[in-house]
Ligand binder design. Structure first.
Ligand code: NAD
Ligand code: WQD
Length: 339
């Protein structure tokens, strides 16, 4: 079976992808600097999968460390998750985003090239579409980034496709994620953001836990079915399975492809509040507050390309997303103790 290096493998999406790859028999090597991940994630993964996987603690910007990692663990491909990902922080400190995301990716790609590793799956984002003209959004939609974080994703996408065009890489998958939420059904791994979460689901879960008095719903005057913002929430396990499907294609065929990873259905913030109550029995208090600057009314994917190229589509609905997020949050994140 192929051996795969996961940069940022201890993070939210990386750890769930590691679980799916391990369950499907891949040899997985995790690499992370733990700048945004708990140190016990590898141990939790071992409990989920029964596999003790190699872990390299390193910063992707450290090219010598990347070279050493690839020498110690010859791999067939890399899945590159490691990045800084907070939109607000990227606007406040753009240079650190250029450094972590763009410089880090240059160093990783250089080390891969020198080691002869020429297949990559890359974490991009629906943020590259900015304010879409129409929903659902196809991969052919205009790319118009509206923040520094999005800019770094677009630059990295371009670098990777250039490397395939020039023959420096043999194959690449550019995966544009919509809004990943939920957690592994075991409740042992999930999303555990540091500080006050900016994203809806982790904040909603923390309100349910009693850590905040209510959820602020940013705007009820959008041109959507109930006035609140509409997004394409995708269960993290569906997203993780999509990585395995993309990886299979990247290992089997040369060339690059770019696909949206979403469900194709938009749900509103208020839909999520209702689904959370019906899935968990916990009614989350909320208040309508003004729109959050920079937010778009609606953003959801046309996932047809992923279905056609990868034979993948999302299968889990919003109640499962809420139930699994809550299982993780109430069991683990609250006490920060493994159950
Ligand atoms: P995350 O922060 O949970 O995971 C990223 C991991 O990378 C963390 O474990 C962090 O410690 C590590 N990391 C960061 N900088 C590093 C560096 N310089 N060297 C080594 N490790 C480093 O985030 P996530 O939600 O799992 O996101 C993974 C990828 O998916 C990112 O590239 C992100 O931009 C992208 N993405 C995320 C979302 C989302 O909503 N979560 C949406 C679209 C795209
Ligand atoms: C979803 C909806 C908010 C919090 C962001 C990044 C994007 C991608 C995913 C990485 C919106 C509303 C939120 C709250 C609320 N990340 N909301 N109260 O903004 O769609 O996307 O994460 O690539 O780049 O921009 O996600 O979860 O922040 O917001 O009402 O406390 O929930 O206004 O309508 P977003 P989100």
């Amino acid at each position: 079976m192929a051996r795969i290096l996961l940069t940022g493998g201890a993070g939210f999406i990386g750890s769930h992808t590691a679980a799916v790859l391990l369950e499907r028999g891949y040899d997985v090597v995790l690499l992370d600097d733990f700048s945004n991940a708990a140190r016990d994630v590898p141990e939790r993964l071992r409990r989920v999968t029964g596999v003790s996987l190699p872990l390299i603690e390193a910063d992707i910007r450290d090219e010598a460390a990347m070279a050493a990692a690839l020498a110690a663990f010859p791999v067939d491909a890399v899945i590159h998750f490691a990045a800084k990902k907070a939109v607000g922080e990227s606007e406040a400190d753009p240079l650190s985003y250029y450094d972590s995301n763009i410089v880090g990716t240059v160093r990783l790609l250089t080390a891969m090239h020198r080691a002869g590793v020429d297949r990559i799956v890359f974490s991009s984002s629906a943020t590259v579409y900015g304010e879409p003209d129409v929903c659902p959004i196809t991969e052919a939609a205009a790319l118009r980034v509206t923040n520094v974080y999005g800019r770094t994703k677009l630059v990295m996408e371009g670098m990777i496709t250039d490397l395939v065009r020039t023959g420096t890489l043999k194959a690449a998958a550019i995966l544009r994620y919509f809004n990943p939420v939920g957690a592994h059904p075991s409740g042992l791994i999930g999303e555990d953001p540091r500080g006050v979460p900016a994203n809806l689901m982790p904040y909603l879960c923390q309100v349910a836990e009693g850590r905040h008095p209510h959820l602020n719903v940013f705007g009820d005057d959008y041109p959507t079915h109930d006035g609140s913002g509409v997004r394409d929430f995708i269960h993290i396990m569906d997203l993780a399975e999509a990585h395995e499907a993309a990886l299979r294609r990247v290992l089997a065929r040369d060339g690059d492809f770019t696909v949206n990873l979403g469900t194709g259905t938009g749900y509103s913030v208020l839909d999520m509040v209702k689904a959370f109550a019906s899935a968990t029995g916990v009614k989350v208090p909320y208040e309508i507050v003004p729109r959050r600057p920079g937010d778009v009314a609606a953003c959801y994917a046309d996932p047809t390309m992923a279905a056609n190229l990868l034979g993948w589509h999302a299968t889990r609905g919003i109640e499962t997303m809420c139930r699994d997020a809550w299982r993780w949050q109430s069991k683990v994140a609250l006490t920060n103790q493994a159950p």
